[in-house]
Design a protein around this ligand. Structure first.
Ligand code: GLN
Length: 180
């Protein structure tokens, strides 16, 4: 969260950490950070953000989900907790911890459509297993089992399985900001 905010501020964007539903009003877009998707899901419910954000997503509110944020935007979660829900705003099926649980973190260069190579920091990342034909795949990574998308866009909804905010490379954030 903090890293996303400083990256956005570095791009000249005024960024606030959203903790209450009212704070969503008047925003141009939202970066949905990583963390533990089940914990974030619980906080979204207890804070009352869940129904407000669901409505906004229905109306085309731009949201960029990274890692757990991607899980929460997805249309289906594999290997999730049995009661785990998601906003279903991005037609992708993700596997929680799909790159492995044990040796789960790695860094690899990722070739992004139109941007070139960015550092991809994967931390217990979700793997996109299936995706709609209308989803734009902006980057893929082959972790030994063929190419899987790691950065996707579906209109105003963007998702990334890695953590661009944990690097010094702000081009992915810039791409999202410039789309707003
Ligand atoms: N593995 C986490 C989850 O399933 C996501 C990890 C992350 O956001 N870095 O919630």
């Amino acid at each position: 969260m903090r890293e996303h905010i400083s990256m956005l501020e570095g791009l000249g964007v005024e960024a606030v950490a959203v903790r209450r539903a009212e704070q969503l009003e008047g925003l141009d877009g939202l970066v949905f950070p990583g963390g533990e998707s089940t914990t974030i899901a619980r906080l979204l419910t207890t804070s009352g953000i869940r129904p407000v954000l669901a409505d906004k997503l229905d109306q085309g509110f731009p949201v960029f989900g990274t890692c757990a944020g991607l899980i929460l935007l997805s249309s289906a979660i594999l290997d999730g907790r049995s009661d785990q829900w998601s906003f279903a705003a991005l037609p992708v099926e993700v596997r929680r911890n799909g790159y492995g649980r044990q040796i789960a973190s790695f860094e690899t260069p990722v070739e992004v459509e139109g941007l070139g190579t960015v550092p991809g920091v994967f931390i217990r990342a979700p793997k996109i297993e299936t995706w709609g034909s209308d989803v734009t795949v902006l980057a893929v990574h082959d972790h030994g089992d063929g190419d899987h998308p790691v950065f996707v866009r579906y209109g105003p909804v963007w998702g990334c399985s890695f953590h661009p905010e944990l690097t010094n490379d702000d081009r992915i954030h810039r791409l999202f900001v410039e789309s707003l």
